[in-house]
Ligand binder design. Structure first.
Ligand SMILES: [Zn+2]
Ligand SMILES: [Zn+2]
Length: 385
């Protein structure tokens, strides 16, 4: 088969101490401190064989993620920008859907021809966080498209327990093709759902919600906030095209934060009461959090979803006075996240079709990632089959 492979050299930066675990597993915990001279190309890769509990999927759609961009872009010394867990060479791509075309002998949940989307986090189910019900914090984590072969490829083998059926979405749209494309948005939408509802406990219908960053996760958060009955939704985003997409999926107002003072806008729109639920999906907490802090409604919540490896000053006095709370969230697995997002899409209450803005064939995956670097698209889809 063909796959879009990332290869890079293991050259730890001089000031980075490689741990024993990294040395033995060849998995970098801090990817951008180790992997140098990345090369991305679509090339031959061995066909996957299903293990006893695995299915092989013919991949129908795979979205380009911000993290894929951070493999394509490099720093001045030609190190990748992605700061997370990685092992190369491997095939990238982790937001996907496909059709079951082969199954191992012990597969029980799926049959040939089933349409599914898949979790990206391959949690072990055996470590203490997994056994305690926190698969997003698995200590033996493998990640599809980061440490093991991903879905910018014709086929993938994956344990059936990570697959979720999307036939209800196909029924809603009356189109398998649309179901696969929208189904591939499930993973990023589950990141937003997990943060908004599972981790932070959601908000009351009628509450005012702001979302910083209208990339795919921020856009999903806007759609989810609308489905959950927010009284007003405001988005802050610098790309003009994404400002439009924010409105298309449910934002009442969308502003470029360089042109307005976000906190003043929120205080004005709420007539001085502040916003109740603040969602950081821009990855710029050093800018966003201080604006949120100045617009905290009593009992409000801030949830941090965007990744940014830096310290952010917080004025805790305002959390005391406003009875506010801050939450950190990562991941998408467990906690009914996948089935509930699929239900919302199948019901028509969460309609993310507008955020898909471009389509590419598998052999043009590198171009698709290069296009995403412009940061003006919603979600770019690659269709390997
Ligand atoms: Zn992603
Ligand atoms: Zn685990």
């Amino acid at each position: 088969m063909k796959g879009m492979v990332l290869d890079a050299q293991w050259e730890p930066k001089a000031d980075y101490k490689v741990s024993e675990w990294e040395e033995t597993t060849r998995k970098a915990i801090t990817g951008n401190a180790i992997w140098r001279h990345p090369k991305l190309e679509v090339r031959d890769w061995p066909d996957p064989e299903p293990g006893p509990n695995e299915v092989v999927l013919a991949i129908q759609a795979c979205g380009v993620c911000g993290s894929d961009m951070h493999f394509y872009e490099t720093d001045a010394d030609n190190y990748i920008l992605y700061p997370g867990l990685t092992r190369f060479p491997t095939i990238l791509g982790h937001e996907f859907s496909g059709k079951v075309v082969a199954a191992g002998k012990d597969v029980k949940l799926l049959k040939m021809g089933d349409m599914v989307t898949v979790e990206e986090m391959i949690w072990c189910g055996r470590c203490t966080p997994c056994r305690n019900g926190f698969p997003n914090h698995c200590t033996n984590l493998e990640e599809i498209g980061f440490t093991i072969p991903g879905a910018f490829a014709n086929f993938i083998a994956v344990d059936e327990k990570f697959c979720w059926k999307i036939d209800a979405i196909a029924e809603r749209y009356g189109s398998e093709e649309m179901a696969y494309a929208v189904g591939a948005l499930t993973e990023p939408s589950c990141v937003a759902y997990n943060a908004m509802f599972t981790r932070a406990g959601g908000f009351k219908p009628g509450h005012f919600v702001d979302v910083f960053g209208a990339g795919p996760i921020g856009l999903a958060a806007i759609g989810l906030a609308k489905a959950a009955g927010a009284g007003m939704i405001v988005a802050f985003e610098i790309s003009p095209k994404r400002l439009e997409l924010a409105k298309a999926v449910g934002a009442d107002h969308a502003f470029d934060p360089r042109e307005v003072s976000p906190s003043e806008v929120m205080m004005e729109l709420s007539q001085g009461e502040g916003f109740d639920f603040h969602f950081e999906a821009a990855g710029v907490p050093h800018i966003a959090i201080q604006e949120m802090e100045k617009a905290l409604a009593i009992n409000s919540k801030i949830v941090q979803v965007g990744r940014a490896a830096q310290r952010v000053p917080m004025y805790l006095e305002s959390f005391q006075v406003r009875r506010a709370q801050a939450y950190g969230a990562q991941g998408h697995s467990g906690h009914e996240n996948f089935p509930n997002v699929i239900r919302l899409v199948a019901s028509g209450r969460l309609d993310l079709r507008p955020i898909i803005t471009a389509h590419y064939d598998l052999d043009k995956t590198v171009e698709a990632i290069a296009k995403s670097v412009e940061r003006s698209d919603g979600k770019i889809m690659v269709h390997p089959n």
